[in-house]
Design a protein around this ligand. Structure first.
Ligand SMILES: [Zn+2]
Ligand SMILES: [Zn+2]
Length: 304
């Protein structure tokens, strides 16, 4: 009997480790993110973005261990954001964020907040933008697009990839079908790093979702940015070389993350951060870190 309980306890501990603590990044991930190739693509651009603006549409709090294995019970601030990249000849928007309903549905704390004015600003910004991208096809990155009252007014500027487009129907407003303007989009192909605007490159980064993308940007003053969507939720993931706990596969992600690939990307970002200390790596949800980037002038606050 004693042996049985010892074995059962061991199995329980192993399951706990596997679900909450296991996060083994590979020793190297060479070639995953090729910053030299991105730089080469923008090397001869006659202009680069003068401003990069960050809009916060909502915020919330969650325990740190939910974002990073073994990170403890203290709270971290998380935000829902979109980005406006403006050069003299072209304005690019990254992101669809959440709507009010979704923000309430996925709220993790009683202090969760949604900013209707910022959301309205985001939806209005699509009309004046030259092109619109999303980092990936998750419910907290698409709603200003899929639940826009008039998607036909900006659909021609949407540059969504085939995996992103195929996920859109599930993000239509409750009880409604996705607008045909969004259903019938022509896929934008990103099978390699691609120049999309002055000073801006998009590259495929499937893993967190099949349609995940990263965006490399050089501002006019030379400052460089890498927008990484949700490869990680906080910068500490990159510093500590840790991904999310595996239990989230069962609670949140549908389809599952490609966990080995995400771990490769975390390794690649960790090494990139060490090799390029001036590169501003931007996880979309890391509230405290993004606020600091606004304070230090890496971003302007809010859209124009
Ligand atoms: Zn997200
Ligand atoms: Zn996501």
């Amino acid at each position: 009997m004693k042996k049985f309980f010892a074995a059962a306890l061991l199995a329980l501990l192993a399951a706990f480790w596997w679900l909450f603590l296991d996060s083994r990044a590979p020793k190297d991930a060479n070639g995953e993110f090729d910053i030299a190739a991105w730089r080469a693509l923008i090397a001869t651009d006659a202009e680069t973005p003068e401003e990069i603006r960050l809009l916060i549409v909502g915020e919330d709090e969650a325990p740190r261990f939910a974002a990073e294995t073994g990170a403890g019970l203290s709270k971290m601030s998380l935000v829902y954001t979109a980005v406006q990249i403006a050069s003299p000849s072209m304005t690019t928007i990254l992101g669809g964020a959440v709507d009010d309903l979704t923000a309430r549905e996925i709220a993790q704390s009683k202090d969760a907040a949604f900013y209707p004015d910022a959301y309205a600003t985001l939806q209005a910004s699509y009309l004046n933008a030259d092109q619109i991208f999303i980092t990936h096809e998750h419910l907290d990155h698409v709603m200003a697009v899929t639940r826009h009252p008039h998607p036909e007014t900006f659909a021609s500027k949407l540059k969504l990839t085939a995996p992103q487009i195929s996920a859109l129907p599930r993000f239509a407003a409750p009880g409604e079908d996705l607008s045909p303007a969004l259903r019938d989009l022509t896929p934008f192909e990103v099978d390699r790093p691609t120049h999309i605007a002055p000073g801006v490159v998009v590259a495929p980064a499937p893993g967190h979702t099949p349609g995940s993308l990263v965006f490399f940007v050089r501002r006019a003053d030379g400052k460089e940015y890498l927008f990484i969507g949700d490869i990680v939720w906080t910068m500490t993931n990159i510093n500590h070389l840790k991904t999310r706990p595996r239990i989230l596969q069962y609670l949140f992600f549908d389809p599952d993350e490609d966990r080995p690939e995400v771990l490769r990307q975390v390794r690649a970002l960790h090494d990139l951060a060490a090799a390029e200390p001036n590169l501003v790596i931007v996880p979309e949800h890391d509230g405290a870190y993004l606020e600091k980037l606004i304070e230090t002038g890496a971003f302007e606050a809010g859209f124009k």
